[in-house]
Design a protein around this ligand. Structure first.
Ligand code: PEP
Ligand code: MG
Length: 832
């Protein structure tokens, strides 16, 4: 029996039987059988029921391939009818027998006949009158007597469960958890062990590890005279399992049963190689094990459990590495708001996906995508989300909705993506037309204003309070160390600031794969100096401004080099879309005029003259480096002086200088000659010797096509798949969001190529570029540093083409390390 044919629950029950645990008679129906049942073809019911004693009541439970994909709820006590009721009254008393009958009618009415649950509540006193009343309600609602034939009852239960699996909500929910479209459902039919009756009867649930932390801990409840999972729902009367100062426990009341349960947990852990939650029943004092499922677990617990199982030598380390879903790590990785930070509350909602993130307000998925394409953090604010919003949710740092609960679309998808999410903030008013949201206290926030979503507490805050980096425990580090042992491709981080670099280091990135130096100039007074530089007239003016920028850059690089000690740091020379540095409104122009001490009209005219129709294809990257070489000279000097300074302190780093937006070999030749010149000058001035690598960012199609002659001057080639995607598709990074949904919905593109690496098109160009690059220089270092870098698709591609490393945002580094390890291990398993 395999989980791929009968489902995980069926497979697990088979193992429990083999372990000789006291499991009642059980049969399993395969995915195919259940698909036939959903289409109306019931199996031979006599055969299905043959293994069971005629008088035995039955239960049916779902058995999906992965238990996390869910399924319809269990239905118990099938086979209960008037005759059985009468017999049971003699055996276990009227109250117990009637309770069972009432429960069955209730479950059948609600889940099989799909009647209104409000009409079928369980009475406080289970007697003949309440039974009669419930049966009458059933008959009035269905125009039929309550079915008496156990085979018909069972057939109807099987059919209703099979069809429930095909429902839209069930499908969307499981697909959000990673189930494939054609995921099947198995069903498990089991003889009931009665938790209701004479002697010590009851049911309970036990688990042996904590669902939040994953640490060993027995939790659960036991409830006398109960069935199924009632003990967990019971407000009162349910007793603890282990000794507890708050009340009675199974350990004290039935030590032998408790010991048997503990032994069962131990056996399951060792033999099923998992932390299980076990459903059990006591029937007249005898223990029955009805079911065992993997415990529900937080991401943190999933790491802890996998590592502990490997450390206890129950599973090999490689298996522990394979068991943790890389995406789940992101939940552990998110920043939290610093507990000591002041909180300016806008509104409170339901905490639906943990972690905190800040960004500018956007009100549509398209705006979110456009914002992401501009590299701007955003928070997607919606009344509620629908599947059309998924791409926008991908693009957003956080999601906030007015409607919905913890299982709403936004919440389920948010958790799946690891995006902080707050739902059900119903006190918020959204005015999409005006581009505003209004807080309960009347404050108005507009599109573009920065807010913070705290998905851990459900709070929405003004601005961006200080954050605390994710808490990474020993198990997390251990798992990733094991992943690193298995991994065969490097993982670096894209980091522009010392804070980013520190995060990268904390996550054990193997260096910086991309430091976008223009990002260093957006802050505070630097923007002003930068503008002066852009506006400088003549070489002398520019040289004076560059002299002011030099120490700032040197300090930036020193900080980066110190943090990244011993590792490579790839600094990309200035790659500005110049318009980003120009003022866009009147006030900005006035400020600039004042700063430059020039007339407003003059400054406005020059800004207009600098504006480009297509700035992303304009004066960017190396084009600026060729047209105004002093800028790259200054940067090279800052890099080398910083290198000389840290080396004097005994700190070594491997400096890499990357030339952006190259399209011709001569560009590299020219830049290299000047950079070499600066290096020699700094070595002479500082009386030191150092080496560095000069390389090229391959992000224009022509650079990929001409990679062989470019590589002659470049020690490394790093594929910038953001621009390369833009230019391969002829698709604006900034504007594609407007029509991307329509394109994806109509199947023009399978996915947004800025989000999912396009292996077929862009990939072909990258593969060709890598191959030609190696023709030009045998030992050229090859990598990828676009936003795709940390994704599974890109890592798979890069491994396949023998890349040296991928570089991705610091928070994706652990995910990339684990993904790369899993791909390497899977390949190893397949080869064996
Ligand atoms: C790229 O184009 O892929 C890249 C990494 O550079 P940027 O996003 O800064 O243009
Ligand atoms: Mg680029």
């Amino acid at each position: 029996m395999t989980a791929a044919v009968y489902g995980g629950r069926a497979k697990c029950l088979q193992r429990l039987v083999r372990l000789e645990l006291p499991v009642p008679t059980t049969i399993a129906l395969s995915f195919d059988t259940v698909r036939d049942i959903a289409r109306g073809h019931l199996p031979d019911m006599a055969k299905v029921m043959a293994p069971f004693d005629q008088k035995q009541l039955l239960s049916v439970r779902p058995s999906s391939q992965d238990p996390d994909w869910g399924g319809p709820g269990a239905i118990l006590n099938i086979g209960m009818n008037d005759a059985r009721h009468a017999e049971m009254i003699d055996q276990i008393g009227e109250a117990a027998a009637t309770t069972i009958y009432l429960r069955f009618i209730q479950a059948y009415a609600v889940h099989v006949a799909r009647l209104d649950p409000d009409e079928f509540y369980l009475p406080d006193t289970p007697d003949a009158a309440s039974l009669k009343a419930m049966r009458e309600t059933y008959e009035v609602e269905t125009d039929e007597p309550f079915p008496q034939d156990p085979a018909k009852q069972l057939g109807d239960v099987l059919r209703s469960m099979a069809r429930a699996w095909d429902g839209t909500t069930a499908r969307l929910l499981r697909e959000a958890k990673g189930a494939p479209k054609d995921a099947g459902l198995g069903l498990v039919v089991q003889a009931m062990a009665m938790g209701v009756g004479v002697g010590e009867c009851g049911s309970g649930v036990i688990q042996y590890a904590d669902s939040v932390t994953g640490l060993p801990q027995i939790t659960g409840r036991y409830l006398r005279q109960s069935q199924g999972r009632e003990a967990l729902r019971a407000q009162k009367d349910a007793i603890y399992l282990t000794k507890d100062s708050r009340g009675a426990s199974l350990e004290e009341t039935y030590p032998a049963v408790f010991a048997e349960l503990v032994a069962c947990g131990d056996l399951c852990r060792r033999k099923l190689r998992e932390e299980m939650q076990v459903e059990f029943t006591l029937e007249n004092g005898a223990l029955h094990i009805l079911d065992a499922v993997r415990i529900q677990r937080s991401s943190r617990a999933s790491v802890q459990i996998a590592v502990a199982l490997a450390q206890d030598q129950i599973i090999p380390r490689e298996e522990a590495v394979m068991r943790v879903e890389p995406a789940a790590l992101s939940e552990l990785l998110h920043r939290q708001i610093d507990p000591s930070a002041a909180r300016d509350l806008i509104v409170r909602g339901i905490a639906a996906s943990p972690g905190a993130a800040a960004g500018r307000i956007v009100l549509t998925a398209a705006e979110a995508q456009a914002s992401a394409a501009r590299g701007e953090a955003c928070v997607l604010v919606r009344r509620e989300t629908t599947p059309e919003d998924i791409r926008g949710m991908h693009a957003a740092q956080a999601v906030l909705t007015m409607r919905g609960g913890v299982t709403s679309h936004a919440a389920v998808i948010g958790r799946g993506l690891g995006v902080p999410c707050v739902v059900g903030a119903s006190d918020l008013v959204i005015d999409r037309k005006a581009g505003q949201i209004t807080a309960p206290d009347g404050r108005i926030f507009s599109v573009g204003d920065v807010i913070t979503v705290d998905g851990t507490t459900g709070q929405i805050l003004v601005g961006e309070p200080p954050m605390r980096e994710a808490a990474l425990d020993d198990a997390f580090r251990t798992l990733l160390e094991w992943a690193d042992d298995a991994r065969d491709i490097g993982v670096r981080a894209n980091a522009d600031t010392p804070a980013d670099a520190q995060t990268a280091r904390n996550f054990a990135a193997e260096g910086i794969g991309l430091c976008r130096t223009e990002h260093m100039f957006f802050e505070g007074d630097r923007l002003g100096v930068m503008r002066e530089m852009i506006f400088a007239e003549g070489g002398d003016d520019r040289a004076a401004v560059l002299d002011r920028l030099l120490p700032m850059q040197r300090a930036d690089f020193r900080a980066l080099f110190e943090i990244m000690e011993g590792q490579p740091v790839c600094v990309r020379l200035f790659d500005p879309p110049l318009h980003e540095f120009l003022p866009s409104d009147k006030a900005g122009l006035r400020d600039l005029a004042a700063q430059l001490a020039e007339p407003l009209s003059e400054v406005t005219a020059r800004v207009n003259a600098l504006r480009e129709y297509n700035p992303m294809l304009g004066m960017r990257g190396v084009r600026l480096g060729i047209a105004i070489p002093e800028i790259y000279d200054m940067q090279a000097r800052a890099i080398f002086e910083a290198l000389a300074a840290v080396r004097a302190k005994g700190i070594d780093v491997v400096v890499e200088i990357m030339v952006p937006l190259v399209s011709a070999m001569r560009e590299v030749e020219l830049v290299k000659a000047r950079v070499d010149g600066v290096a020699n000058a700094v070595m002479a001035e500082t009386k030191s010797r150092f080496t560095y690598r000069l390389g090229v960012m391959v992000e224009t199609p022509r650079a990929a096509l001409r990679a062989h002659d470019i590589a002659a001057h470049a020690q490394f080639l790093s594929f910038g798949t953001n621009d390369l995607t833009q230019m391969t598709y002829g698709l604006s990074r900034d504007d594609a969001g407007r029509f991307m949904s329509a394109y994806v919905q109509q199947g023009v593109y399978a996915e947004d190529p800025f989000h999912t690496f396009d292996v077929d098109g862009v990939g072909e160009l990258v593969a060709l570029g890598a191959e030609r690059g190696r023709q030009g220089r045998k030992d050229v270092i090859i990598s990828i540093c676009g936003e795709h870098g940390g994704s599974r698709v890109a890592i798979e591609f890069c491994r396949e083409h023998g890349f040296d490393y991928v570089s991705c945002s610091p928070f994706r580094v652990p995910v990339a390390r684990l993904t790369a390890a899993q791909l390497a291990l899977r390949e190893g398993f397949e080869r064996r």
